[in-house]
Ligand binder design. Structure first.
Ligand SMILES: NCc1[nH]cc(CCC(=O)O)c1CC(=O)O
Length: 317
């Protein structure tokens, strides 16, 4: 079976891990690197690339539908909500660390950074959250793969950068960083989770489904439901995080919508029962709308579309 992947170091690390997990199940695979348009246009912010991050996923879908690959490995947070029915997510892997991490040039923690320190991130959500938490800091766009971003920090272009902790973990890099609390930095929906796509009804689907982790599948689904009513194409600053309690009877849900400048935010933070959790998450999603979440999302979308065109349907840049 052939596993298709983007060529970034992170995508390759994730894919090699899946190849190993499948090998443990007695399934031999080979890896094929697919170059996507998102990888080609690395000079512009991702929300200005047609289709946003979702474009990476769609291009791998096309290659899979054409029969060139059997399995595709994705960072689940980059997957658009609406998926082709013939390409099921056969497995959601056990989640890695879902939180963001701040890596500073000289190890200074967030609360001690001097005013006007420059923080690099290309994520609208992280930008809004950092502006909300420390309005005195300056955010600057930072694109590129994780290795590129770390190089730019080392070169002194930024005082600190924000990344998903999971990315560092998967690369096996032991880099000192400050894990940011989901109380202030609610992660992107599905951050830290790898999902595997196959064609429906194939041998690959059966093999991959052995890797599915039920709790991670539930948590990631809840996260998507919480923000599904917001509209705004979901290109807006939105966080959503569901954590199943150790006794597995409840789910701690947090979700947040911010204005682009972080000046306004609405959030929910509740425990819901595991049983009937999907319905309860839908109710909370409605509540987020009523609290002003949809207005914030639509305003953000308008502001973004004034600056860029064509982005849609992906959560985090
Ligand atoms: N938006 C790009 C992206 N997609 C997934 C990850 C990290 C790994 C993950 O969250 O699964 C990253 C990098 C980042 O946000 O720092």
């Amino acid at each position: 079976m052939i596993i298709g992947t983007r060529g970034s170091q992170l995508a390759l690390a994730q894919t090699r891990n899946v190849a190993n997990l499948l090998k443990e199940q007695g399934v031999e695979t080979s890896i094929k690197i697919i170059k996507t348009s998102g990888d080609r246009f690395t000079d512009r912010p991702l929300h200005a690339v047609s289709g946003g991050v979702g474009a990476f996923v769609r291009e791998l879908d096309d290659v899979m539908l054409a029969g060139e690959i059997d399995i595709a490995v994705h960072s689940m947070k980059d997957m658009p909500t609406i998926r082709p029915q013939t390409l099921p997510t056969a497995a959601v892997l056990k989640r890695d660390t879902p939180f963001d991490v701040l890596i500073t040039y000289d190890g200074t923690p967030l609360d001690e950074l001097p005013e006007q320190s420059i923080i690099g991130t290309s994520s609208l959500r992280r930008t809004a959250q950092i502006k909300r938490y420390r309005p005195d800091l300056i955010t600057q766009d930072l694109r590129g793969n994780i290795d590129t971003r770390l190089r730019k920090l080392k070169e002194g272009q930024y005082d600190g950068i924000l990344l998903a902790k999971a990315g560092l973990e998967r690369m096996g890099w032991e880099i000192e960083g400050e894990i940011l609390s989901p109380d202030f930095f609610c992660p992107s929906p599905n951050q830290g989770t790898v999902a595997i796509v196959t064609r429906a009804g194939t041998e690959a689907e059966a093999a991959v489904s052995m890797l599915d982790h039920t709790e991670s599948r539930i948590a990631t689904e809840i996260e998507r439901i919480l923000i599904s009513e917001l509209g705004g194409g979901c290109t807006t600053p939105v966080g959503s995080y569901a954590e199943i309690t150790p006794d597995k009877t409840e789910i701690h849900v947090r979700a947040e919508v911010l204005s682009l400048d972080g000046g306004e935010a609405v959030r929910i933070d509740e425990f819901i029962p595991m049983r009937g959790g999907i319905e309860k998450a839908r109710e909370l999603g409605h509540r987020l709308v009523e609290m002003g979440g949809r207005r914030l999302a639509e305003e953000a979308l308008l502001q973004i579309s004034r600056n860029a065109s064509g982005s849609e349907n992906s959560y985090d840049y």
